[in-house]
Design a protein around this ligand. Structure first.
Ligand code: IPD
Ligand code: CA
Ligand code: CA
Length: 268
C-alpha cells in the first residue's frame, strides 16, 4: 500500500474507534443542529480531531478541508489538500441505522490521488491510489458490467435540507425510476460511491453534495473503471456538488436521462 494511503487508513481507523464506541450508547449523544435537518454530534467532532491529529503529525505542511473545521487554519498554498468527512451519514448514525462511513481523500494540485472510505459496521475498507486501482479490504474491485438500464440498480440521495432544486430532482427521479430495475437511498454518499466502485450499485446521482462527500468516493469509482462527472458529464462536480457516477455504460445512459432536466437554475 502507498505510504500516504497507509497514513490515511490509520487516521480512518482512529476515527472508527471513536464512532464504534459511541454507537454502543447513542442515547447519550449530544446533538446540535447546524441548519435545518443538518445534525452534528460530539462524535463527528471527536472523529475529525482524531483524523486531523494523525494527518498533521505525518504531513504538517499539507492543506486540509474538513467538514467540521473547514480549512482548519492550514496554509492555502500547499499543493496537497486532504478532504475529510469524519462521519458521513450522521442522520443514520443518530438513529442507530448502521449505514455510515469515514471518508478521507487527498488531492494533489486539484486532482484526487488517494482515497479511503471505511465502513465500521461491516469492517469494509475501500481504498484507491491514482493509477493503482481500487480495493475492498485486500481485493481489487471493479464497477459492475451491467449495460442495460432496465437491469441496473441506481443509488441516489434525496434532497433533505435544501429544496431549491426539488422539482428538477423529482423529475429526474421519475425518469430514472421508470427506466431502471430499482433505486436505493442508503444515506451516506461516500459509501454510496464506494458501492458503485465495487459493483453493488450500477450508478448513482445526487444534487448539492459537499466536496468531502465526493472526494474519496469519486477516485474509488474511476480507479474501479467507472466514470464520474457533473450533470453534463464534465469534471466540475466538486464545485457544483451535483454528481453522477457509474459504470461507463450506465453513466452515459444516466446523463441522457438527466439532460432534459438541466436548467439555467440548476448548475451542471
Ligand atoms: C450526508 C450524507 C447523505 C447525503 C447528504 C450528505 P453527512 O452527509 O452523505 O447521504 O444525502 O447530502 O450531506 O451530513 O451525514 O456527513
Ligand atoms: Ca457527508
Ligand atoms: Ca459528515
Amino acid at each position: 500500500m502507498h505510504p500516504t494511503l497507509n497514513i490515511a487508513v490509520k487516521a480512518a481507523r482512529e476515527a472508527a474507534k471513536i464512532i464504534n464506541r459511541a454507537s454502543l450508547d447513542i442515547d447519550k449523544l449530544k446533538i446540535d443542529v447546524k441548519r435545518q435537518s443538518d445534525f452534528v454530534t460530539e462524535v463527528d467532532r471527536a472523529a475529525e480531531a482524531a483524523i486531523l491529529s494523525v494527518l498533521r503529525d505525518a504531513y504538517p505542511a499539507h492543506g486540509i478541508l474538513a467538514e467540521e473545521s473547514g480549512l482548519a487554519g492550514t496554509s492555502a498554498d500547499s499543493e496537497y489538500q486532504w478532504i475529510i468527512d469524519p462521519l458521513d451519514g450522521t442522520t443514520n448514525f443518530i438513529h442507530g441505522l448502521p449505514q455510515y462511513a469515514i471518508s478521507i481523500g487527498l488531492a494533489h494540485k486539484g486532482q484526487m490521488t488517494q482515497a479511503v472510505v471505511f465502513d465500521p459496521n461491516r469492517n469494509e475498507l475501500f481504498t484507491a491510489t491514482r493509477g493503482g486501482g481500487a480495493f475492498l479490504n485486500d481485493k481489487r474491485i471493479r464497477v459492475s458490467k451491467r449495460t442495460r438500464l432496465d437491469e441496473a440498480l441506481i443509488g441516489t440521495g434525496f434532497p433533505f435540507r435544501m429544496f431549491d432544486h426539488i422539482e428538477a430532482y423529482l423529475a429526474i427521479f421519475r425518469d430514472v425510476a421508470r427506466k431502471t430495475a430499482g433505486m436505493r437511498r442508503p444515506g451516506a454518499a461516500a459509501l454510496d460511491l464506494a458501492w458503485v466502485a465495487c459493483g453493488r450499485m450500477d450508478g448513482f446521482w445526487e444534487l448539492g453534495l459537499s466536496p468531502w462527500d465526493m472526494a474519496a468516493g469519486s477516485l474509488l469509482i474511476t480507479e474501479a473503471g467507472g466514470l464520474v462527472g457533473d450533470l453534463a458529464g464534465e469534471p466540475n462536480y466538486m464545485a457544483t456538488g451535483n454528481i453522477v457516477g457509474g459504470n461507463p455504460k450506465v453513466f452515459g445512459q444516466l446523463l441522457q436521462l438527466i439532460a432534459p432536466h438541466r436548467t439555467a437554475a440548476l448548475p451542471a
